[in-house]
Design a protein around this ligand. Structure first.
Ligand code: IPE
Ligand code: MG
Length: 231
């Protein structure tokens, strides 16, 4: 979800206004994704690098997230949404940590959309953490280095409960992943939207999904092989 600040500044408003409008768009898009029965949605909400922003903006973002989570508990329940988080939550303000834990607990039984907030999340940090766990297990004599497979690395990621994303949408026209799901994005289709996040709409989401549906996903094979394998 990129471009909140630039969108607001272009209108002569403060970056905070952009974040407020961005949060509203997030709600609309979450509801639409749930309605479309898409099983998983990750929102890259706050990166490990975002701590470097002015501390007032960081504080504003944390407070906004806590307020929105509190306000939208019913929305999560009414839409049968199960909340998860990836990233290191221990550095977040304690009141936000509590709000997140409560929301996760309250929505645990829900069976619809798995909504994942990436918070204090970085793809490299997630991989480092997995490497540390695996090294410890080798050191403990539980594993041999030769046992380390892709599946085993995946199982040590924060996001191991979710499949790799089929589609990654980046807004604000930037052509980069910015440390998002580096391991998981190996074969994701990437859709770059020119819109800033506060102006991203359900229609833009449908356009991204349509684009995705037109892609031929070969996973290293040839087009002929893919066509032959079709029922
Ligand atoms: C996305 O918008 C929201 C967060 C990263 C929290 P930005 O705040 O990155 O907006 P720009 O990129 O500065 O316009
Ligand atoms: Mg940005």
């Amino acid at each position: 979800m990129d471009g909140n600040g630039r969108w607001a500044q272009a209108k002569g408003r403060s970056r905070y206004y952009g974040h407020i409008r961005g949060a509203r768009v997030a709600r609309k898009i979450i509801e639409e994704v749930a309605r479309l029965k898409i099983p998983h949605l990750t929102l890259f909400t706050f990166s490990t690098e975002n701590w470097m922003r002015p501390k007032e903006e960081v504080h504003f973002l944390m407070t906004l997230l806590r307020h929105r989570l509190r306000r939208e508990r019913n929305t999560l329940q009414n839409n049968n949404i199960k909340l998860h988080c990836v990233g290191d939550l221990s550095r977040l303000p304690l009141d936000l940590q509590t709000e997140i834990k409560d929301c996760i607990r309250e929505t645990r039984q829900n069976t619809g959309l798995n909504l994942i907030f990436a918070l204090n999340y970085g793809g490299r940090q997630e991989i480092c953490q997995a490497v540390r766990h695996l090294c410890q297990r080798v050191k403990n004599g539980e594993l041999e280095p030769a046992d380390i497979s892709e599946a085993l690395v995946h199982s040590h990621l924060d996001s191991s409960f979710a499949p790799d994303p089929d589609l990654i949408i980046r807004t604000s026209g930037e052509n980069r992943l910015s440390n998002f799901y580096l391991w998981q994005a190996a074969y994701s289709e990437i859709f770059i939207s020119q819109r800033n996040w506060p102006e991203f709409s359900a229609k833009d989401l449908h356009q991204a999904l349509h684009h995705f549906s037109q892609r031929e996903r070969r996973f290293g094979r040839t087009s002929e092989q893919i066509l032959q394998a079709l029922p």
